[in-house]
Design a protein around this ligand. Structure first.
Ligand code: FAD
Length: 293
């Protein structure tokens, strides 16, 4: 057998294994080896809540900054939901980013937006976010997957390049944890950190006071919130427009930075175009696409 033929056969076998692996990993039921107790629930905006969870066994539940976990709705709730919406979707768990630093293993936060039914569609509300917003109570137990995701791997620790964070709406969640972690590690003493947060109007600005305070007190930290659809009553003096445009206008020249993004796929796509045009290396761009479907 010539090199080409061997190479082709090996390639086909490896593609086959990869495809089968993918199919089986999708078929395999997601596992929820961790239990955690709800110890606090707090409204951050009109449709975003922060839940604080205490893992039953903190030694086995270890996450790195920026990772996410799948949270499973209770069987009773799912049964009720299915009875109410027999033709609705059937998933029972969803991914949520850890919104606190891992430095305190005894508890951690999730920040969750409530996905209601779009006003123009006769469809059920979001299954898991409705469970979290309307059914979870302090003292309840929830089932969680192992943490996963590699938004932040620490691969840029040796550089002093600026860090640029771009978040859309609830895409700010992983960065609440990551920014806290960076401040704990004093990364901001040697690197500039720019935090761009895009939301629709002032009522959607989550943790605005905390981020503004960080902007005033944390060295080299710059908070740039932007509203894409400011309302008259917002009296907004800050940046307006989509966050990719705000970013484009902020850095006029080329940019050499490590960039972290989380938000809706469309925000990621347009921001990526801006970063490419500014010459940011693709291996310096890290992202979590918060796809809701
Ligand atoms: C890596 C990752 C991290 C994430 N982190 C976060 C986070 O930190 N915080 C956060 O809030 N979210 C996060 N998400 C999103 C989250 O995982 C869920 O997608 C979100 O909570 C919606 O799930 P749900 O079960 O409530 O909604 P779903 O049941 O999936 O419904 C979603 C929307 O579709 C509508 N819908 C339902 N049925 C139909 C239909 N037949 N036709 C049309 N529309 C329909 C619903 O009304 C709802 O508006 C993350 C996602 C990923 C992938």
């Amino acid at each position: 057998m010539g090199f080409n033929k061997i190479h082709k056969t090996t390639w086909l076998v490896s593609i086959g294994i990869t495809l089968l692996g993918g199919i089986f990993s999708n078929l395999a039921a997601r596992e929820f080896p961790h239990r955690a107790k709800v110890v606090n629930l707090e409204n951050l905006t009109h449709n975003v809540k922060r839940i604080t969870l205490q893992p039953q066994d903190p030694t086995s539940f270890a996450f790195t900054p920026g990772q996410y976990v799948f949270l499973k709705a209770s069987d009773e709730y799912i049964a009720e939901f299915k009875a109410q919406y027999p033709a609705g979707r059937t998933h029972t768990s969803r991914a949520y980013s850890c919104a606190s630093s891992p430095s305190d293993p005894s508890q951690f936060d999730l920040i969750v937006k409530h996905y209601t039914a779009p006003p123009d569609k006769d469809v059920p509300p979001g299954i898991v976010s409705t469970y979290i917003h309307e059914h979870l109570r302090v003292g309840d137990m929830v089932d969680l997957s192992d943490p996963s995701g590699n938004l932040y791997t620490g691969s840029d620790q040796q550089t002093e390049r600026p860090i640029v964070v771009v978040a859309g709406g609830v895409g700010a969640s992983p960065f609440v944890g990551l920014l806290t972690y960076w401040f704990e590690q004093e990364i901001n003493l040697k690197r500039e950190i720019y935090f761009f947060l895009g939301v629709r109007s002032a009522r959607d600005l989550l943790l605005h006071e905390q981020f503004s305070r960080w902007g005033e007190t944390k060295k080299n930290f710059h908070y740039i919130p932007a509203l894409s659809d400011p309302q008259d009553e917002d009296n907004w003096q800050g940046a307006t427009g989509y966050i990719n445009v705000v970013l484009d206008n902020y850095f006029k020249e080329s940019l050499d930075a490590d960039v972290y993004m989380a938000g809706p796929p469309i925000m990621i796509r347009f921001t990526r175009k801006v970063l490419d045009a500014k010459g940011v290396n693709s291996d310096q761009i890290h992202r979590d696409s918060i796809r809701v479907r």
